[in-house]
Design a protein around this ligand. Sequence first.
Ligand code: XMP
Length: 326
Amino acid sequence: EWTTGNIVEEQVAAIREQVGDARAICGLSGGVDSAVAAALVQRAIGEQLTCVFIDHGLLREGEAEQVERDFVAATGAKLHVADGRERFLTALEGVSDPEQKRRIIGREFIRAFEDAEAAVLSAAHAEGAKVEFLVQGTLYPDVVESGGGEGAANIKSHHNVGGLPEDMVFQLVEPLRALFKDEVRAVGAELGLPAEIVQRQPFPGPGLGIRIIGEITEDRLEVLRRADAIAREELTASGLDQDVWQMPVVLLADVRSVGVQGDERTYGHPIVLRPVSSEDAMTADWSRLPHDLLSRISNRITNEVSEVNRVTLDVTSKPPGTIEWE
Ligand code: XMP
């Protein structure tokens, strides 16, 4: 029988078998998938696992703190935090192409982990022990969309599947590879992760990097972070979090339009709201959010984020649109 308890038992056994008495490292992205994958591996091999949180500077407001506080409190896992903000920005300088962004972010992620390895080992007093395994929260839809499934086309190279550098030193542990999102949430709940983590809406590994259409700069990240925080705050305040699968907020950084704010003519950037309903992210429909909620989000963003003078709503299903804009 296919129950959540069985999935946990089966995966715990498989992880023990695969890893043996070696050490594993797991990157936490701030999302559900990596948190559940880490909690599962923690359950299987305990102290042999060290979680690493690479702050790539592409996170939303408050997310770094959430990983460090909530996840650690829930699992008791060992956590090593690495500040990679400068490294990622530098590597992404001048890059606007979506696939190139994903490749660069994927590559820098692995390299940042390799750099973190030495620090992790010494902090763990692991004399001579080697970190041989890298845990990833790859889901079944990621596998399919990256061309790993039977007869699947390569739609986007998800950074946690494609785009890995060839000189990678780790073997992968991917305990969620056969699961859909709802099953991952159930596994997380079974493992005792709190609702704030388990029910969190999905957020892509490349983060805000693929929600800035155009080149990624510190200033643009700051604009998007502020707009995104307002949109999320208002969605939560309206009590409709559970009605949407996720709501990407996208900055069209290379587009400008004329507006009037106060008595001033402005020439600012549009923000796109992309609230979607979905079962598994393979297909999606745009969410019919109440107009007064959309209006509050729009008013607040254009009032509080001076660089933005227009808020638009994406009313495209998937297909033909994907959920993210890149
Ligand atoms: P798309 O845009 O392909 O997104 O409709 C489907 C789901 O996957 C998330 N997504 C990613 N997740 N690494 C991830 O871990 C990625 O590179 C990536 N790209 C998209 C997206 O947020 C949505 O939930």
